[in-house]
Design a protein around this ligand. Structure first.
Ligand SMILES: [Zn+2]
Length: 350
C-alpha cells in the first residue's frame, strides 16, 4: 500500500539518522548539520570536548568540512535546546571600576575600525549585533553616531536609550542598505546559521560601508589543539580562508584582518603539555591530557584562594606554571605569525 506523499527511502533514512542520534544520547536535543559555508555533508572529526563551563559530562565533537575546511560542532544542540547552555549567570559581568576601565579600553580599540567612516560629512549609522547591555553602541553614540542594536538575550530588555531589535539578526525588519557599519564582536561563533548573518549584513550595509567582526581564530593552537573553545556556546570556527569564502559569496571584500589580543584574549593555555605530548613524543593530545585549570583545581578540591592553594596547584601541575610564565613570549610570536587565538576582520560592502 502506498501512502501518498511519503517517500519510503527518505523515511528510512530519517529513521536511521534518528536512531544514530539517540545512540549518542541526543534524541531530539541534537541535530546533524551540513556545512554552512559550502553545503557539503562530508566532514572529518577533529576533536571532542565537554562543556567546561556548565555541563562537564556532555561531550561534543568538532568536525572539519572535507570540501571547504569550515570547522563546526556536529551534531549540535538544536536552536530550542541552546537556551540551556546560556544560564543567567553567563551574562553577568562584575560591576567593578576595573571592569569598566577594561570596557573603555576595549571599546576604544573597537572604534578604531570605524574611524575611516567618521571622516565624511553627516551623521553615520551603526548597527551593533549582539550588543548585550548596549555599552558599545552608547560609546559610539557619544562619538556622534546614530546607533541601533540587536540582542536576543534578556539583557536587551533594559535598553531604552536607543532602538534594539530583539530577534535574530537575519529576522530584523530592515531589508535595504541602511547602515554605514554593522559590527559583531564575538558573535559569529555563537550563531546557528552564520551564512544568514553574512547575507543579512550584505543586505543592510550601504555600498562602501563596513561589516566588522571579531571571532576566535581556528588557525591557532588555542582554538584548534588546546581545547580552549567555549563549546557548545561556540559552534563555528573560522580561519582567514573560510572567512574569505563567506565574503566572496556575500559581496564583501576584505579590507583589514588583525590578529591579536587587544580586544579579546584567547591565551594558549597548556601549549607546553601539548608540545611535549604531541610534538615531542608524537602522540595524540586529547581532552583527557589537559590538566585542570587552577580555577577547576580549586573548585574540585574545595580550596580557598591564596598562596597555599597556588603552591598546591603548582605541585599538581608544574608544567602549567611554566606554561603560564611563558605566555607573553608565545603570544608575541603567535601575533607576529598571525596565529594568535583571536582575529578581527573589517570588510567592505562591494
Ligand atoms: Zn564546507
Amino acid at each position: 500500500m502506498a501512502i501518498p506523499g511519503l517517500n519510503w527511502m527518505n523515511f528510512l533514512g530519517t529513521l536511521e539518522a534518528t536512531s544514530r542520534l539517540q545512540e549518542l544520547g541526543g534524541g531530539d536535543r541534537l541535530e546533524n548539520v551540513a556545512c554552512n559555508l559550502c553545503g557539503s555533508a562530508k566532514h572529518t572529526p577533529v576533536y571532542a570536548m565537554p562543556d567546561r563551563l556548565y555541563f562537564r559530562e556532555e561531550f561534543f565533537t568538532v568536525v572539519e568540512c572535507d570540501q571547504c575546511g569550515l570547522a563546526f560542532v556536529n551534531p549540535r544542540p538544536t536552536l530550542a535546546e541552546m537556551q540551556k547552555y546560556y544560564p543567567p549567570e553567563y551574562y553577568l559581568s562584575p560591576p567593578t571600576a576595573s571592569h569598566s576601565r577594561y570596557l573603555r579600553r576595549r571599546f576604544t580599540e573597537e572604534a578604531k575600525y570605524l574611524k575611516e567612516l567618521e571622516n565624511g560629512s553627516g551623521r553615520k549609522k551603526l548597527l551593533d549585533v549582539g550588543c548585550a547591555n548596549g555599552d558599545f553602541p552608547r560609546f559610539m553614540a557619544a562619538r556622534g553616531w546614530d546607533v541601533e542594536g540587536v540582542e536576543i538575550s534578556e539583557s536587551s530588555q533594559r535598553i531604552t536609550d536607543f532602538r534594539v531589535h530583539t530577534q535574530e539578526f537575519q529576522d530584523i525588519p530592515v531589508n535595504e542598505p541602511t547602515y554605514d557599519a554593522v559590527t559583531a564582536w564575538a558573535v559569529l561563533e555563537h550563531v546557528h546559521d552564520p551564512m544568514a548573518y553574512f547575507r543579512k549584513a550584505s543586505t543592510v550595509v550601504k555600498k562602501g560601508g563596513f561589516f566588522v567582526f571579531l571571532t576566535p581564530n581556528y588557525h591557532s593552537l588555542a582554538s584548534r589543539h588546546l581545547f580552549c573553545e567555549d563549546i557548545p556556546r561556540h559552534l563555528y570556527f573560522y580561519t582567514r580562508e573560510t572567512v574569505r569564502q563567506y565574503l566572496e559569496k556575500t559581496g564583501f571584500a576584505l579590507e583589514k584582518e588583525v590578529n591579536g589580543r587587544k580586544i579579546y584574549k584567547l591565551a594558549p593555555m597548556n601549549w607546553l603539555t601539548y608540545m611535549m605530548k604531541a610534538r615531542l613524543m608524537g602522540k595524540e593530545y586529547t581532552y583527557k591530557d589537559v590538566p585542570l585549570s587552577s580555577k577547576e583545581f580549586r573548585r574540585l578540591n574545595n580550596l580557598p584562594g591564596g598562596i597555599v592553594t597556588s603552591l598546591k596547584y603548582a605541585a599538581y601541575s608544574p608544567a602549567s606554571v611554566v606554561d603560564r610564565m611563558l605566555w607573553p613570549a608565545i603570544e608575541t610570536a603567535q601575533i607576529l605569525r598571525k596565529s594568535y587565538g583571536v582575529s578581527t576582520y573589517a570588510v567592505r560592502r562591494l
